[in-house]
Design a protein around this ligand. Structure first.
Ligand SMILES: Cc1cc2nc3c(=O)[nH]c(=O)nc-3n(C[C@H](O)[C@H](O)[C@H](O)COP(=O)(O)O)c2cc1C
Length: 210
């Protein structure tokens, strides 16, 4: 029964003393341990956007970079998420690393990254992923799977003897965080939650009840 499934979390703890005072560094530390501990898809994050009717819409994307401004992921700008961000750039991100009993929640504002950075990253992708970006009109209704496979072959043929250039509708978004929450599972449901809220360019740090 679902109701009988429960875990008593006791792997670690998060304290005001142990947390990094820079939430970007703290996120990097937790990401590194998620990678080292071989969590499946450690860079996978649930990205929530808001649609035209005000409904949240969530899906998984892969984090490709953390820099001093924020978090970068790549997608199709014409996809549902791409259009939603263009219309309303406020987003939320959630990481869950079950092996570490950890969650990170982030709220921020997303913007397209400069074209040359997207070109740079696109070049580093495997050829099949590059072709996939051309072949899939992400989020559009399609007739059947055959459409995708034929489209893939078509672009394969088209780019046969050429470098595969980046589709103009494909690129990165940078999420500039305004809020982070680091959650560490603890025993008896008395979990640790430490949050950072941006205020006048600095971070206010506080603990939340679980
Ligand atoms: C593990 C995993 C990683 C994914 N990574 C990406 C990604 O980096 N970029 C992306 O556009 N979609 C990625 N997807 C697919 C998205 O979850 C989603 O299906 C797709 O982007 C279309 O979303 P949309 O219609 O809301 O725009 C990933 C899915 C999974 C399960």
């Amino acid at each position: 029964m679902l109701r009988d499934l429960r875990t008593n979390y006791q792997k670690s703890e998060l304290t005001e003393e142990s947390i990094n005072s820079d939430p970007f560094r703290q996120l990097e530390e937790w990401l590194k341990s998620a990678i080292d501990e071989k969590n499946q898809e450690p860079t996978a994050m649930v990205l929530s956007t808001v649609d035209a009717r005000g409904f949240p819409d969530s899906r998984v994307v892969l984090l490709k970079e953390i820099n001093s401004d924020g978090l970068v992921f790549f997608t199709n700008y014409n996809s549902k998420k791409g259009r939603q961000i263009t219309a309303s750039p406020n987003v939320a991100v959630n990481f869950f690393w079950s092996k570490m009993e950890r969650q990170v929640r982030i709220k921020g504002v997303a913007e397209q990254i400069p074209e040359e950075y997207s070109v740079d990253y696109f070049k580093s992708r495997p050829i099949d992923s590059q072709l996939g970006a051309w072949a899939s009109p992400q989020s559009r209704i399609i007739e059947n799977r055959k459409f995708l496979e034929e489209n893939f072959s078509l672009y394969q043929h088209y780019f046969q003897d050429h470098e595969i250039i980046k589709p103009p509708h494909w690129g990165g978004f940078l999420i500039r965080p305004e809020y982070f929450e680091f959650w560490q599972g603890r025993s008896n449901r008395l979990h640790d939650r430490i949050a950072f809220q941006k205020s006048n360019g600095a971070w206010d740090i506080f603990r939340l009840a679980p």
